[in-house]
Design a protein around this ligand. Sequence first.
Ligand code: URA
Ligand code: SF4
Length: 204
Amino acid sequence: MNDFTGAEKFVPDRGGLRALRAALPTCRGCDLWQDAEHVVPGEGPARARMMLIGEQPGDVEDKEGHVFVGPAGRLLDKALVAAGIERDDVYLTNAVKHFRFERQGKRRIHKTPAVGHIVACSPWLRSELGIVKPALVVVLGSIAARAVLGTGFKVTQHRGEPVELPDGTPATATVHPSSVVRSREYRRDFELFVDDLRAAAAML
Ligand code: URA
Ligand code: SF4
């Protein structure tokens, strides 16, 4: 499953978020850099108390090189506002830093990252967690949950509950905003998503 060399040797061991951001484009830890347009670094203040972790950049993020700027990002923005959380106060990142996709004609269709990609990319996320030292991690969706909470964790069963990362960092999980974008029960699922974010804010 995991035959990639991994990001470890590309991750600087000092220099904070600035050094991470500078080193990220050099990463060849797995094969996803080859077809992507941009690597997408995490964004937000190093002193952020809340870190939100998504899955991987989408089509728009890959083109622009910024996190959560496409449809899922717009929904996340709305939900953060509704939950009383300032986007500029949180650190936003992804479990995997390059966009994995399949071409269908001219379209690029999101493809779920393999376990090997998640494992290969995890040194970047570990480093971000070590620098930001968030008081609370908010895990967005099952891929991010797999990356930081392990394969046994079921988001649908435990969404909105206080949990912990293996190192004891307080965390909570909710669905991925793109699942709300696609939802056939949009209003209900948007409100549930906002409820989870409000619960997260209350955990700080
Ligand atoms: N989905 C994610 O998980 N992350 C992004 O940055 C955009 C969409
Ligand atoms: Fe490196 Fe992660 Fe990109 Fe793979 S997805 S090349 S591990 S930054």
